[in-house]
Write a new protein. Structure first.
Length: 331
């Protein structure tokens, strides 16, 4: 008898009742795939979420597709159609579906979408799941208050400067594209949230990023944590140089294989707000580290922009110990 889900039940209840505020009679589409439960984090959380939906009076519907190989790979038409014809989506997949057309279209017609950790991000250990899944309503509220407070500064700002002791010295502007407050509450039409919560992300104004970015913890699609920091030179919104150790060389081969100049486009800036997150192999967790941040490279369609790379190419580079200024004021 597999009882892994038992330890996830309280977190699942908080997610369904407090984060999503599922109402009796709501139809909840749980999106998964054929390999997601190979990862013990998803294996434990999936039945807990389905059970919590049922207990809350919702109607759980589970849809599965053949697992994709990369984050952002487009979903089957039947899955995409189902995502636009439900009340709320819970995503528990092998690869992230965040940057898919299906997710954007569901959001555009008012469907609430909650992204739970993708299996390939969690890996074959439950450690991140156990530490970062919400343990109480108070915890969700505390992280939400911090995220909203910092997010409001970005919402009302324009020019952003980021530095780190490792060498990041980057300037960019914001305001033309969408912001995402990952405060954990997915209760409004068209909202998209992530659990674990505690992150904000903003679309960078096209062409505005200039300077140096040093990723010292992780970058999507290569091994993490990084053995040597990766240094990116950025000019007029595009990466022009990538320097570092073995991970930098591996990443250069991957990004060159895209054969798309927009694969080098600086599309997003984000900061972490979760005090329980710590540096490690998972980019998902690294993006949530309080005091750290990330820069997105590639497609900006999720933020309402016009850059759409092949295969929804989008990678996040994470850094620690950030000092941030908005319109000249250090926050």
């Amino acid at each position: 008898m597999d009882l892994k889900f038992v330890e996830m039940m309280e977190s699942a209840r908080i997610i369904v009742e407090d984060c999503v505020k599922l109402k009796a009679g709501d139809e909840a589409l749980v999106v998964t795939d054929t390999r997601a439960t190979d990862y013990c984090g998803v294996e434990a959380l999936l039945p807990a979420i389905i059970g919590a939906i049922q207990v809350a009076g919702g109607e759980p519907v589970v849809i599965s597709y053949v697992a994709k190989t990369s984050n952002g790979d487009e979903l089957p038409k039947a899955v995409a159609k189902a995502m636009k014809n439900t009340d709320v989506i819970f995503a528990l997949t092998t690869k992230s579906i965040l940057h898919t057309t299906a997710a954007r279209e569901a959001r555009a017609v008012g469907i609430r979408t909650l992204m739970l950790p993708a299996g390939s991000g969690v890996g074959f250990t439950n450690d991140m799941i156990y530490r970062l899944m919400p343990k109480s309503r108070e915890e969700i509220e505390e992280i939400a208050n911090l995220t909203n407070a910092i997010g409001s500064l970005f919402k009302n700002g324009h020019m952003v400067k980021i530095t780190t002791k490792k060498g990041t010295d980057l300037t960019l502007s914001i305001g033309k594209l969408r912001m995402s407050f990952n405060n954990g509450y997915c209760d409004q039409p068209g909202s998209m949230q992530f659990i674990p919560s505690g992150q904000l992300a903003i679309g960078v104004d096209p062409g505005s990023a200039n300077g140096t970015l040093v990723s010292d913890v992780s970058i999507s699609r290569v091994s993490a944590p990084l053995s040597t920091p990766i240094t990116f030179t950025i000019k007029d919104g595009y990466v022009t140089s990538i320097v570092g150790g073995k991970e930098a060389e591996a990443f250069k081969k991957i990004i060159q294989s895209q054969n798309d100049p927009d694969a080098y486009f600086i599309c997003e800036v984000g900061l972490g707000m979760n005090p329980k997150a710590k540096p490690g192999r998972d980019t998902l967790e690294n993006e949530h580290i309080y005091g750290g941040g990330h820069i997105g490279i590639g497609s900006n369609a999720t933020f309402g922009g016009e850059i759409q790379c092949a295969n929804n190419w989008h990678v996040d580079t994470c850094f620690l110990g950030a000092s941030v200024w908005i319109d000249g004021k250090q926050i």
